[in-house]
Design a protein around this ligand. Structure first.
Ligand SMILES: Cc1cc2nc3c(=O)[nH]c(=O)nc-3n(C[C@H](O)[C@H](O)[C@H](O)COP(=O)(O)OP(=O)(O)OC[C@H]3O[C@@H](n4cnc5c(N)ncnc54)[C@H](O)[C@@H]3O)c2cc1C
Length: 482
């Protein structure tokens, strides 16, 4: 990157909005997936959409790769910088621009923190439904790019259901508006294409979000089972009975131990814990809660607690929300996996994960959005023990393959990013991937927006799957990748 380019960046974002010092650049070397690290050549922190546009225009002019970054909590390496490229941090674009209660929508800049949206509209009796466990720190821009989910997305839908419109800076530096304040705009659903595109189609600079009226009543139940198999069977029965809870979360024994050690949620010590939340009119919630209670007992639950106060509810959720971070209490290192299976396959898949974990001798804790069949196996290991990290990575890959075989997917909400791109060709056929590339190239023909993410790199004949290793022809200087 030339000094002139850096100077031009500085002229756009000002001295305080440009990071070039080696030690400060380290802050941006990874996201929540810390085993992939790249130090960017520069980081810019624009304050306006116009600054983003001018920065991207410079990148387009000089073919410099850029990676948009929200809060850096992503778990698939989506915000991992690109060698020789820049990072565009949206952290300073954190204003709520408009709150329109009569039309139930809010317009925000991308750096706004998820929880701030609900905080802003709560006094009017509204909330923003998508609630990743990281909701107190992750940004709306990151949520849009990852199509993030959360405990309450079972009933209310993922981020994509709640984004009405977007303002984006495309990779050529032009500004486009997709969707808008009204529902169902004519033409292609480009808002839908952009949501979940993991920063590969451009930079979100504004989002119009749908907010929802708070339900009259919310009740949360906690049920203890001997095994995740029994808890999984209760999940299937609850959904099959026609009840649609706002959330159904499951934790296994290890996850409970870790959460207890971290936040003392007073969970019962058991093999499988279900957390079921119902919301709606009071009479409906009372009736359905008694049905859920009965189903849990029928499937062998030996302790059922219903939270009666807001404080009890908060304590129940505290343990679940802290579960990932709490793993540090029971293991020096861990890999958070994210796969999806049909929820009817839950009991069998849980058993198979337990068998695989035993076979390789590594513990796997499980915390997940059971209603969506969205698993989060946490593979526990110790990096200091030689070879254990590789075993953990291999096991976590095998768990993803298990999800594919069960008719599911390699990611439920954390995205593909850097981490899972090599699994894309196990999940999709070549024509599927080619079609996705056509979409990507329509937005970014020069491949400067978060290049190298999401798609598997084309393999040469005879090249192995897995992390990139130079092909013998490349090593011999006969073939070259460019
Ligand atoms: C403890 C913990 C719990 C979590 N729980 C959940 C959960 O329950 N559900 C869930 O879905 N995820 C969860 N996550 C993952 C993560 O929080 C989400 O993916 C979140 O949406 C990332 O937001 P971010 O602002 O941190 O984005 P970043 O990590 O900064 O970026 C994520 C991706 O979005 C792109 N991006 C960021 N901003 C923009 C923008 N303005 N325009 C275009 N692209 C952009 C980046 O390039 C990158 O590809 C969890 C993470 C942690 C650490």
């Amino acid at each position: 990157m030339t000094p002139t380019f850096i100077q031009e960046l500085g002229a756009i974002v000002g001295e305080s909005g440009l990071v070039t010092a080696a030690d400060e650049l380290r802050t941006y070397e990874c996201d929540g997936l810390t085993n992939f690290r790249v130090i960017p050549s520069a980081v810019v922190l624009p304050k306006t959409a116009d600054q983003v546009r001018r920065v991207v225009q410079l990148c387009a002019r000089d073919h410099v790769a850029f990676v948009a970054r929200g809060s850096g909590t992503g778990l698939s390496g989506g915000a991992l910088p690109v060698e020789g490229g820049i990072v565009i941090s949206l952290a300073r674009m954190n204003r709520i621009l408009d709150v329109d209660i009569p039309n139930a929508r809010v317009t925000v800049e991308p750096g706004v923190i998820n929880a701030s949206v609900t905080q802003q509209v709560a006094p009017y009796g509204y909330f923003y439904a998508p609630d990743p466990s990281s909701y107190s720190v992750c940004s709306i821009g990151g949520n849009v790019a990852e199509n993030s989910g959360g405990a309450h997305c079972l009933k209310y839908g993922f981020t994509t259901t709640h984004v009405l419109g977007l303002e984006v800076v495309l990779p050529d530096g032009s500004v486009a508006q997709f969707g808008g304040a009204t529902l169902d705009a004519p033409g292609y659903d480009l808002t839908g294409v952009f949501v979940g595109s993991e920063g590969t189609l451009g930079v979100v600079t504004k989002a119009v979000l749908r907010i929802m009226k708070r339900p009259e009543a919310v009740q949360t139940l906690l049920a203890a089972f001997d095994t995740t198999y029994a808890a999984g069977a209760a999940v299937s029965d609850i959904i099959a009975s026609g009840v649609l809870p706002a959330a159904i979360e499951m934790m296994d024994e290890l996850a409970i131990q870790a959460a207890e050690a971290a936040v003392h949620a007073n969970y019962p010590a058991c093999g499988g814990l279900l957390l079921v939340e119902l919301d709606g009119p009071q009479a409906e919630v009372d009736l359905l809660m008694s049905q859920v209670h009965e189903i849990c007992m029928r499937q062998g639950s030996w302790e059922v607690r219903v939270a009666h106060t807001e404080a009890d509810r908060a304590t129940i959720w505290k343990g679940r929300r802290a579960a990932f971070a709490a793993m540090g209490r029971i293991s020096p290192n861990y890999i958070v996996q994210d796969g999806v299976i049909p929820r009817t396959a839950l009991p069998q898949v849980m058993d198979e994960i337990a068998r695989m974990s035993k076979e390789v001798g590594l513990r796997v804790a499980n915390v997940f959005h059971a209603g969506d069949g969205n698993l989060h196996p946490l593979v526990l290991y110790d990096r200091k023990i030689e070879g254990q990290e590789q075993i953990a990575e291999a096991l976590s890959g095998e768990i993803l393959r298990l999800c594919i075989r069960a008719g599911g997917s390699i990611t439920g909400e954390h995205g593909v990013g850097e981490e899972k791109k090599m699994f894309m060709s196990e999940m999709f056929a070549e024509p599927d991937l080619d079609t996705m590339q056509l979409v990507r190239c329509a937005f970014d023909p020069e491949s400067i927006a978060n290049p190298g993410k999401l798609f598997p790199r084309t393999r040469l004949c005879g090249e192995k799957q897995g992390p990139y290793e130079p092909h013998p022809l490349e090593v011999a200087g006969i073939a070259q990748f460019f």
